[in-house]
Design a protein around this ligand. Structure first.
Ligand code: BGC
Length: 740
């Protein structure tokens, strides 16, 4: 009997889809909606986590209860159910055991790879290589979809100026222009051209909005910024993701103007839906609806549900408030059922686009899963992405690249041979055992006559004197030391804010002790945020910012250390000298008393105001020389454009890549304007002696900003245009925008 019912339910579901074949998706959605009870509608808005919990807490013993709810049609999507076997099981519950057979969507935080782990997103952003980042997201989507997933909670497009905040590792740094380009590349990578293909997944622009501004860099803290700052700094990457067709948005944990993002009508309805015309799904962050009771803006869960729906949010991740309270709220006249219908419509629409109504099992193919996960070509791409992400911060006397024939190499440091930490935070299904460590990468790279010896030297946060002595001894009898220090994976990412972003004292002690041996030291920083390494920067001859680079970390670093790859990364987040300089970022606004040698100007009395390494900075093993800039004209009107050209020559002896950067400064505005703003860049590859002309086109759109009355437009007057190799290494020319 039970089987008969299941078969009936399945055939109702499928015959429904056959009957409505000729209809448009909207009509199909409406037809289905018309059949749904209030409870089933609330169920579509409900999202639960499975067993692979990364954030938040759920009791694993509740899983069977959750399965029951799926079978009752009270769950519309799930996160953290991974692998075709488990996905199929859950999907069968939804399709075969519920009255209407509506398939589930399967979501996961695929942030920098699924099983093949790519560099953390902040590291990738330092490549300034949009194609490579798109490929990285593409491969992540291929692997995730092969494991049954059809939706990722990425890209995280939050701009932040605060490296105390652990979540900077998930983003693309501090600049809204670059962040927008990267947001688009990642959306393209995840979603491809057709969401219904079995190897593409829906992307999510998160966290909407201004989460990068949490006060004092403390995660889950409040945000208190102006609308101006919201529009100038935080919204552009979200708009860019939307323009690229991003299929979902996620609310942020923080409030804006006193109202939690999840219930913030200004953010979700006024901006996102009305001004930007977004018609897709908005998912809450983990329990962010229910959390409104904790922050005291909702008196109880029912009110939290009412407020969230009212503001335009659609899916409740993990707080149960929609499924538990919406039907009753409708019956009590507090919520209009039409509002629920709108949300359900958006979700069903997404399911149609993912192709789930044509075939709810389309992402479930265990053969694909076996063939694609950790495929050799994915590892190769991860290695390439990782090399491109490395930033050469310092290279005195050209200590790097190292010779593969060096006799004795000491590899020292708590991160030099650690597989687990290389995968960073948000490591998807990445496994430590898949990782090539720095030590392994070096061993595989050097000549057979080279002796590579390893000493841990210190723990991540503790030093054992014996361990330290052993490392010092090894350093003394070696020709060079490669010293891997930094942060462990879980000291970065969500809920990993720090009040001090210097090296941990134990590692600082190790660095000093190794430096004192007099053996040349190459420091490989392994980090999820910019680290304030002022002492090292003054004392250690060569420093690579090596991030947490994923499965191929060691091979990629060895490629760079021994010159098989010439580093081309440039910082996308300013590196401060000390934690007290935070927030520090390059596109700061002009001040009334700029720094000079007199007392009453804008500065610190105990630290320079300049960063240790600026935005856009990164060295190469070759040299690039820039010709002077040529402007096509010195004055344009509002409907004209000008071009700025520069010829870049590789004047060194190695093949190399350079990121040529364009910045603009508006000299007088109706509101205070930034000292410079990135407006373009091009990454070029040059052989020794080769030159290339790079031309940027600047039009009125590049000069527009939120003026005094918040209208977005350009104002006539004088502008400065800068071209160069970092935000601090630039030539400048002036031009005018005239009303004519
Ligand atoms: C994070 C989100 C993430 C979600 C689901 C939350 O804690 O803030 O970025 O997508 O968990 O794992």
């Amino acid at each position: 009997m039970r089987h008969f019912l299941i078969a009936c339910a399945a055939s109702i579901a499928f015959s429904a889809s056959i009957q409505v074949k000729a209809l448009t998706t909207d009509e199909k959605v409406d037809a289905l909606l018309a059949k749904m009870t209030l409870e089933e509608k609330a169920g579509q808005l409900n999202q639960y986590s499975g067993y692979e919990i990364i954030t938040g807490d759920i009791d694993v013993s509740k899983i069977s209860h959750r399965n029951l709810l799926v079978k009752k049609g009270l769950v519309g999507s799930v996160l953290n159910v991974l692998g075709t076997k488990d996905v199929e099981k859950a999907q069968r519950y939804a399709v075969e055991e519920t009255r209407l057979g509506i398939p589930l969507m399967f979501a996961f935080d695929v942030i920098h790879g699924y099983r093949t782990i790519f560099p953390i997103p902040l590291a990738e952003s330092a490549s300034w290589d949009l194609e490579a980042m798109e490929r990285s997201a593409r491969i992540a989507a291929i692997e995730a979809s092969a494991a049954g997933q059809n939706w990722t909670f990425a890209p995280m497009v939050d701009i932040s100026h605060d490296p105390r905040w652990g979540r900077v590792m998930e983003g693309a740094g501090e600049d809204p222009y670059l962040g927008s380009q990267i947001a688009k590349a990642r959306v393209r990578g995840f979603q491809g051209n057709d969401l219904s293909l079995p190897d593409t997944i829906a992307a999510t622009a998160k966290h909407f909005a201004a989460y990068g501004e949490v006060i004092a860099g403390r995660d889950y803290n409040n945000v208190d910024i102006s609308r101006r700052k919201l529009w100038e700094t935080h919204l552009p990457p979200f708009k860019a993701a939307l323009d690229e067709g991003v299929r979902s948005f996620m609310n942020a944990f923080n409030e804006f103007e006193g109202v939690p993002s999840s219930a913030n009508t200004y953010l979700v309805t006024d901006i996102l839906r009305d001004q930007w015309g977004y018609s897709g799904v908005v998912v809450s962050d983990w329990d962010s609806f229910g959390a409104m009771v904790t922050s005291g803006v909702a008196v109880d869960d029912a009110e939290a549900a009412e407020m969230s729906l009212e503001a335009g949010s659609d899916i409740d991740m993990e707080s149960d408030v929609f499924v538990n309270f919406l039907p009753q709220l409708v019956r009590d006249g507090r919520v209009d059922e039409a509002k629920i219908d709108e949300a359900v419509r958006r979700i069903l629409q997404m399911k149609f686009e993912l192709g789930l109504f044509d075939d709810p099992y389309r992402y479930i193919d265990s053969e694909r899963e076996k063939a694609l996960i950790l495929a050799p070509e994915h590892r190769e791409a991860a290695r390439d992405m990782a090399r491109k992400s490395v930033v050469l911060l310092k290279n005195d006397d050209q200590l790097l690249p190292l010779d593969k024939n060096i006799k004795d190499i000491a590899v020292i440091g708590p991160l030099a041979d650690n597989q687990f930490h290389m995968n960073g935070f948000w490591r998807g299904k990445g496994e430590a055992e898949d990782v090539v460590t720095l030590l392994d990468g070096i061993k595989a790279k050097v000549s057979s006559n080279t002796r590579v010896r390893y000493a841990e030297g210190s723990g991540l946060e503790s030093v054992d004197k014996k361990q330290l002595r052993k490392a010092v001894k090894l350093a003394k009898k070696s020709d060079v030391v490669i010293l891997a220090v930094g942060e462990d994976a879980d000291k970065t990412g969500e809920s990993a804010s720090r009040t001090n972003i210097e090296l941990y004292p134990a590692q600082q002690e190790l660095v000093k002790a190794i430096h004192e041996t007099g053996t040349p030291v190459v420091m490989v920083l392994m980090n999820g945020r910019p680290l304030a390494i002022e002492w090292s920067s003054e004392n250690i001859p060569s420093i690579l910012n090596g991030w947490l680079l994923g499965s191929e970390a060691g091979n990629a670093l060895a490629d760079v250390l021994f010159g098989d790859y010439n580093p081309s990364g440039k910082l996308t987040m300013t590196v401060p000298r000390n934690t007290g300089q935070i927030p520090i970022f390059y596109n700061t606004k002009r001040v009334s008393r700029p720094l000079d040698n007199t007392r009453y100007t804008s500065k610190y009395i105990d630290s320079p105001i300049e960063p240790l390494y600026p935005f856009g900075y990164g060295l190469s093993y070759t040299e690039f020389s820039y010709s002077s800039i040529t402007l096509s004209t010195e004055s344009i009107s509002f409907d004209e454009v000008l071009t700025a050209s520069v010829t870049v020559t590789n004047s060194g002896e190695r093949f190399g890549e350079e990121v040529v950067q364009l910045y603009i400064q508006d000299m007088v505005g109706s509101v205070v304007r930034p000292v410079k703003e990135l407006k373009g860049f091009e990454k070029i590859a040059l052989k020794p002696g080769q030159s290339e002309k790079v031309t940027f086109t600047i039009g009125v759109d590049d000069l527009a900003f939120y003026t005094r009355d918040m209208s977005f437009k350009a104002e006539s007057g004088e502008f400065k245009l800068f071209v160069g190799s970092s935000s601090e290494d630039l030539q400048a020319l002036s031009f005018k925008l005239t009303a004519k």
